[in-house]
Design a protein around this ligand. Structure first.
Ligand code: GLU
Length: 299
């Protein structure tokens, strides 16, 4: 190993995170996820951080933030440093979108949901991506003059990534999945993803990617529902010159009907269990051992 490689590896402190959205009460699946990320950090002799993904102003609620803190404390999940709130980082997200726009990699999109639905209904083929229908590209073809005029007129707009151009500039990319090895990034099926929304200066993809880098996260452990999103995150890392963490994905918990546990699934929220007098140490030990309440399984 060269001297440089050695000194570089010495400065990297392993770090993981748990990044819930405060849109409801955490359920045992969240508790399981938080414990796994926490335990991975401790096994690596690293740090564990808590980030609250509260960019969705309409759905995020302060009482859910308080509930998350209470639930994690109760379950014995302790984090290092201050809680990172995405709502306090909005200017950074805005600056990144401006940077991508200045580089010709982002364009304003004035479409409403209804416009997009109409366009999709009218087109012969409406390809689906991992996030649903692919944006048909309506606003990608507007002239610079029309864009400038509509922005100047105060028309509400999101910003979208020029996916094909971004991929062309970034070149071949991959990342390391702790369980599956090297994965080649293929973000193309997502189409021109939203970077910032009409009502929020960042999208999940942009904010999560930027924050993982800003928080020096070396190992991202999260639900398998976000496995595909990593293709987009890897591309954004390349475009914004951010480091790439290692990834691991855990299965989601399913109920008796095979449906994913949701924040609204009754009886399985950490708050309800707390209220029922459940022993948190016992619950944490059960979750760590993969023992779930009757009818619940990891799938
Ligand atoms: N905020 C996301 C969620 O609650 C998790 C984001 C992530 O781990 O990257 O599902």
């Amino acid at each position: 190993m060269s001297r440089n490689a050695l000194s570089a590896s010495r400065t990297v402190v392993p770090a993981t995170r748990f990044a819930p959205s405060p849109t409801g009460a955490l359920h045992i699946g969240h508790g399981w996820s938080a414990l796994m990320a926490h335990d991975l950090a401790r096994a690596l002799d690293g740090a564990f951080h808590l980030r609250i993904e509260d960019i969705d102003g309409a759905r995020s609620r302060p009482e859910h933030v308080a509930g998350i803190v209470k639930d994690l404390n109760w379950l014995g999940v302790t984090w290092d440093g201050p809680i990172v709130m995405q709502s306090e980082r909005l200017t950074l997200y805005r600056a990144a979108v401006e940077q991508l726009a200045a580089e010709g990699l982002a364009y304003p999109c004035f479409c409403t949901r209804a416009d997009i639905a109409r366009e999709i209904a009218a087109s012969a083929s409406a390809p689906h991506g991992p996030d649903g229908h692919i944006y048909p590209g309506t606003c990608a073809h507007l002239s610079p003059e029309e864009r400038a005029a509509r922005i100047a007129a105060g028309e509400a707009h999101a910003w979208r990534l020029h996916m094909a151009e971004a991929i062309r500039r970034a070149g071949a990319l991959d990342w390391l999945d702790m369980d599956r090895g090297t994965i080649a990034a293929n973000p193309l099926p997502f189409g021109d993803i939203v970077l910032s929304r009409k009502d929020a200066p960042g999208s999940y993809h942009l904010c999560a990617t930027m924050d993982d880098a800003a928080m020096n996260i070396t190992h991202v452990l999260r639900g398998a529902d976000l496995r595909e999103a990593t293709h987009v995150h890897r591309l954004l890392q390349a475009l914004l010159h951010l480091p790439t963490p290692v990834y691991r994905f855990h299965p989601l918990l399913l109920d008796v009907e095979g449906k994913r546990l949701a924040k609204r699934s009754g009886g399985l929220s950490l708050a309800e269990l707390r209220g029922d007098g459940t022993d948190p140490a016992r619950l944490a030990a059960d979750l760590r051992a993969g023992r779930f309440p009757v009818g619940i399984r990891a799938g």
